[in-house]
Design a protein. Structure first.
Ligand code: ACO
Length: 262
């Protein structure tokens, strides 16, 4: 289901599309963009309804923090007004509910787009996982990252564990998650959790520059290349070489508009 702007606003999101660039804004700054199931479903609806010519998706947070993670009221008996309480572990729908929340994150790795997290202030728990769900991360120098879930008696379950291990390696991922410690922007850069760290005042400009650079490459080549790169880790060298040949042939065929072109 695709939400209207009003529907997105109601769950704390805003979507701005300008040509081939889209910006998704977590827009509940008074709660430091704390997240609820409705917001995760809203993110999924943005992914499902994204115009096909969008190539770059920037994910940002309004206000001083990128995202303070799950709305902690969900973990209390009172819950969040207007939101159904999350299912309990004995509820047969528990895993399908979490799967529907994860849909809000997974589309950000689609080969058709490049996703960029623009992170200022805190990125905690579900918010850190949202930054990890993106292909690239630009951090303001005041950004801090924290995988808080284990400290709250939870596992990170919003798709963050795989990209974290892929980026920082298993030992560092264990250390970061099981201590739930906070990583500064400077350390995030050393750990390759940030492609770029900029002064906070320069964050928007740096994101705009990166977006322009990404959009300057040929769209079909960019999409085919991202697809190739994304599968390289699971391939042998021979498999990847074969995939490169096939991708090149498909790309060039498509450009000629020949038989078998998509
Ligand atoms: N859930 C609900 N409300 C929140 C959350 C949250 N995760 N984070 C902040 N808020 C609210 C605060 O209660 C406060 O509301 P109030 O103005 O009605 O009192 C408002 O947002 C502003 O928060 P402050 O704490 O005053 O802002 P500050 O900038 O000083 O601190 C920080 C920001 C560090 C993010 C702090 O709010 C915080 O530690 N939040 C909780 C983080 C957390 O543990 N998240 C869960 C992670 S685990 C997971 O995501 C599964």
């Amino acid at each position: 289901m695709t939400l209207t702007p009003v529907g997105l606003q109601a769950c704390g999101l805003r979507l701005d599309v300008t040509g081939a660039a889209a910006t998704v804004t977590l827009n509940r700054p008074e709660r430091r963009n704390a997240m609820t199931p409705a917001l995760w479903r809203g993110l999924a609806s943005i992914g499902a309804g994204l115009p096909p010519d969008v190539r770059v998706v920037v994910v940002r947070g309004a206000g001083p923090s990128f995202c303070a993670g799950i709305d902690l009221r969900l973990l209390s008996p009172d819950g969040v007004p207007g939101e159904d309480p999350p299912p309990g572990p004995d509820d047969p729908g528990f895993e399908s509910s979490v799967a529907s929340w994860q849909e809000g994150y997974l589309w950000l790795r689609d080969p058709g787009i490049v996703s960029v997290a623009a992170v200022q202030g805190h990125a905690i728990g579900a918010g850190f996982q949202l930054a990890l769900a993106c292909d690239l991360r630009i951090l303001a120098d005041d950004a801090t990252l924290c995988m808080k879930e284990p400290a709250l008696g939870l596992v990170p379950d919003l798709t963050g564990t795989k990209p974290l291990v892929d980026i920082v390696g298993l030992p560092r991922a264990i250390e970061l998650c099981l201590t739930a410690r906070t990583v500064s922007a400077a350390e995030a850069s050393q750990l390759r959790l940030a492609e770029l760290v900029v002064p906070a005042a320069d964050l928007d400009g740096a994101v705009a520059d990166l977006t322009a650079a990404l959009l300057a490459t040929d769209a079909a080549a960019a999409r085919a290349t991202k697809r190739l790169l994304a599968q390289a880790g699971e391939h042998t060298l021979e498999q990847q070489a074969a995939a490169e040949r096939a991708a090149q042939a498909a790309l060039l065929r498509a450009r000629l508009g020949g038989p078998g072109s998509p």
